[in-house]
Design a protein around this ligand. Structure first.
Ligand SMILES: [Zn+2]
Length: 293
């Protein structure tokens, strides 16, 4: 009798996990349809072919935050973990489209060199609305909503005094008030990336926050410190948490870089990661050796 009941319970679990699996697949399909209909450079099929998965993260309007993981492969220890994020700002179309191009590259050539988590679109509500917008559905700039120390006296103060309360940069009522930023932070805590690469537009430069030597150039984009914005991902993860954050600012929000340039940025980024992803183990010893006795 007991074994009969336990079999029934197991069956219920199995069926419910299949249902949950199907629901998640439906979430991916519906969001790929919306992404394909919105972006000129990504078709519905391009999006579906990537093999994205719905995370437990949701936007304000309940859109799934999608992810693709490229896990470590057998027989090769990855050099480290990389979190690649696009579409924090919903009107920076190229920042999402470029990530889809790189996802297609990874689908073909993932070699196990790194363990990747790729989130092509953190702000689905901002992008997938009739008129796309930088901010999320609650009109918050997600890239000012991260919980740096003394957030009110820095992020809020900056917004009032430096931007004149420009609504495009509104940091929210409090740090992590938004489900999208909250989910990303939780994901950083669980995945514990060695490096975060965040893609934006349209400044046409590379920015860097936190430890490690910044890349001087990725493709035709050169290092140019934009300054640190209180409550940004670079400010929080890079400066406060000491996780290197590379910000790639593409030159145009609405025009894609050429195919060659997209590959060139990717190749230079991988080269930089290969060299810088983990702190050289003996660098401390070297420093000690070099110190005057
Ligand atoms: Zn941006």
């Amino acid at each position: 009798m007991i074994s009969f009941i336990s079999k029934i319970i197991a069956l219920i679990f199995l069926l419910s996990s299949i249902v949950i699996g199907e629901e998640k697949e439906t979430l991916v399909n519906s969001q790929c349809t919306r992404i394909g209909n919105k972006l000129g450079s990504v078709s519905i099929k391009d999006c579906l072919d990537i093999g994205l998965h719905a995370t437990d993260g949701e936007s304000v309007k309940g859109a799934a935050i999608l992810i693709k993981e490229y896990p470590p492969l057998e027989k090769r220890e990855p050099l480290g973990k990389v979190l690649l994020v696009g579409g924090i700002h919903g009107d920076e179309y190229s920042s999402v489209s470029v990530i889809f191009k790189w996802l297609a590259t990874l689908n073909k050539h993932h070699s196990g060199l790194f363990h990747w988590h790729v989130i092509p679109l953190l702000n689905p509500d901002g992008l997938l609305r009739k008129k796309s917008q930088r901010i999320n559905e609650n009109n918050v700039d997600l890239n000012r909503n991260f919980p740096i120390n003394d957030w009110e006296n820095t992020a809020i103060k900056y917004w009032i005094e430096e931007t004149g309360k420009n609504p495009r940069y509104y940091p929210g009522v409090e740090a992590l008030s938004e489900p999208e930023s909250n989910w990303l932070l939780g994901h950083v805590n669980v995945f514990r990336p060695d490096v975060i690469v965040s893609v934006h537009a349209p400044h046409g430069i590379i920015d860097h926050d936190g430890p490690r030597t910044a890349p001087s150039k990725l493709g035709a984009l050169y290092l140019n410190y934009l300054g640190t914005y209180p409550g940004s991902l670079g400010n929080y993860a890079g400066v406060q948490r000491q996780i290197p954050v590379i910000t790639i600012e593409l030159p145009y929000a609405g025009i894609m870089p050429t195919k060659d340039e997209i590959s060139s940025i990717w190749r230079d980024m991988v080269k930089w990661l290969r060299k810088n992803i983990v702190e050289e183990e003996n660098s401390m010893e070297n420093n000690q050796d070099a110190a005057p006795s």
